[in-house]
Write a protein that binds this ligand. Structure first.
Ligand SMILES: C[S@@+](CC[C@H](N)C(=O)[O-])C[C@H]1O[C@@H](n2cnc3c(N)ncnc32)[C@H](O)[C@@H]1O
Length: 245
């Protein structure tokens, strides 16, 4: 199911995603010279923050959405440090094997019905000793919101999100030879300030395929503007030698 992202509306909204991105980038503890992949880079907000910490490094942004990639390319126009590539994260990434120091991803891995395929690619592209940090929707994410969508009989218009849990993710990491360092679920409710912002958020971030009327019904069913986010936060490393897998 293809989603048509509107990067201008996405960027204009006061989204918790910005704080999630800051958490990921801050915790990457970049030295300044790394080659970094941003998997599901969107319009490039998190990549811009990461770039400010990479005076001698570079970023490869991967995303499947043409509109998000175009916005990302506009953001980094003229920068020799950033390359944006079309990629489905569940297929082979257009990145050389063992060529990057770090991978980050914000609010993208739950869009992957088969996240284990993306973990396989993370393990492939990382150099030995490389590290990965992601934020994504995790087990239990937006359950109230999903129940409200079901209540208005619009469940079949949702993308096939997969909200992975801790044990499942540790299994995926180990299976591809990555060492889990931190794998947590974090309860992170977000409250939208006005009805207009809330409906704009529903339209442009989660419920793209519903009609305006269905989104209004969902908002009414929820009864408040609180979205019950649960974040899966993962930090893992690739061992220095194959023997330590
Ligand atoms: C909620 S946005 C997050 C964008 C950005 N990381 C941020 O935090 O602002 C999710 C992004 O994941 C991308 N995405 C979803 N499924 C994908 C897939 N299978 N392969 C590549 N990108 C995908 C979307 O195109 C979108 O840009």
């Amino acid at each position: 199911m293809t989603i048509s992202w509107d990067p201008d509306r996405y960027e204009a909204l006061p989204l918790p995603h910005e704080e999630w991105g800051q958490r990921v980038v801050n915790k990457m503890e970049l030295n300044g010279n790394e080659i970094l992949v941003d998997a599901g880079c969107g319009s490039g907000r998190d990549a811009a923050l990461a770039l400010s910490r990479l005076p001698r490094g570079s970023i490869i942004g991967l995303d499947s959405s043409p509109t998000m990639r175009a916005a990302c390319e506009r953001r980094f126009i003229g920068s020799a440090q950033v390359k944006i590539c079309a990629a489905d994260l569940m297929e082979t990434w257009p990145v050389e094997t063992e060529s990057v120091d770090a991978v980050m991803s914000v609010a993208a891995f739950h869009w992957l019905g088969r996240p284990e395929r993306a973990w396989e690619q993370v393990a492939r592209v990382l150099k030995p000793g490389g590290r990965v940090r992601i934020d994504a929707g995790g087990e239990g994410n937006i359950e109230r919101l999903l129940a409200a969508v079901d209540a208005v009989s619009a469940g079949d218009l949702l993308p096939l999100w997969h909200y992975a849990g801790v044990d499942e993710t540790i299994g995926h990491l180990r299976c591809v030879g990555l060492t889990p360092i931190e794998v947590n679920l974090r309860i992170a409710p977000a409250v939208f300030q006005t009805d207009v912002i809330y409906l704009d958020y529903l339209k442009n971030v989660v419920l793209h395929r519903l009609s305006d009327e269905q989104r209004t019904q969902v908002a009414r069913t929820m009864g408040d503007r609180c979205v019950d986010y649960v974040r899966l936060e993962v930090f893992a490393a690739k061992p220095h030698s194959a023997a330590s897998k």
